[in-house]
Design a protein around this ligand. Structure first.
Ligand code: MN
Length: 240
């Protein structure tokens, strides 16, 4: 790498790292890997079988232990290539200003810090014996924005079905602090648009294929029975 390119990358990174603490989404629950890798897989907050029959134990085990771990491994490898990135404490901090990440690792950070952030939230948005109607401020927000919880579910499922290929469907508090249903491709996060994710469902086939095969619609309907509304309300609070 020549000196001038090195300077540009380093300068943009310092600017990025300096901005990041002020942007306002709380840190994920992250462990530091004792082996020295930057990020470590957060423990699943319930047993693999806890979401049965809506999400099967084998899917949860593979999804958490292999897919999420792979995003973390690839994220750590990208950070090792550009060590100044290790000063950014959270995956959200890395993707919030993705355009400021050096080009050599930008795609890897986008996919893998995105994947780490999305999955860390996803596990916490579900719980055993979850679901039921929304609670707290989010119940009021859903009623005010969508008319009813049923209307909201219908619109969320429709957005999830529309996503071609892999991605996520979200309820976000957008930049204008309005609730909105959006979908993102791949592992892109709403955080990249300045929004706060409130609810998010994983549309990748790895999230449902063992049990639901090609029936994404059935998975989207079953997923409501897993929702942890406490986590969703915590997320909503981050937007105000
Ligand atoms: Mn996934």
């Amino acid at each position: 790498m020549n000196q001038s390119l090195h300077f540009v990358n380093r300068r943009s990174l310092i600017r990025s790292a300096a901005l990041l603490p002020f942007v306002g989404i709380a840190d994920s629950v992250l462990g530091q890997d004792p082996q020295g890798a930057k990020f470590a897989l957060p423990a699943l907050p319930y047993p693999f079988a806890a979401l049965e029959p809506h999400i099967d134990a084998e899917t949860m085990q593979i999804h958490h232990d292999r897919h999420h771990q792979t995003y973390i491994n690839n994220l750590n490898a990208a950070i090792e290539k550009v060590p100044v990135l290790a000063s950014v404490e959270t995956p959200e901090g890395l993707i919030r200003h993705i355009e400021q990440i050096p080009e050599q690792v930008r795609v890897a950070i986008r996919n893998n810090a995105g994947g780490h952030s999305n999955h860390s939230l996803f596990w916490r948005l579900m719980k055993p014996a979850g679901g039921g109607p929304p609670t707290g401020a989010l119940a009021d927000g859903i009623a005010a924005t969508f008319g009813s919880y049923d209307n909201f579910k219908t619109a969320f499922e429709a957005e999830g079905l529309k996503r071609f290929g892999s991605g996520w469907v979200w309820l976000v508090a957008n930049k204008g602090r309005k609730l909105e249903i959006v979908s993102t491709p791949n592992q892109d996060s709403p955080i990249m648009t300045g929004a706060v994710p409130v609810l998010g469902n994983d549309l990748w086939e790895h999230a449902y294929y063992l049990k639901y095969r090609n029936k994404r619609a059935d998975y989207l309907k079953a997923w409501w029975n897993t929702i942890n509304w406490e986590t969703a309300n915590e997320q909503l609070k981050l937007s105000v």
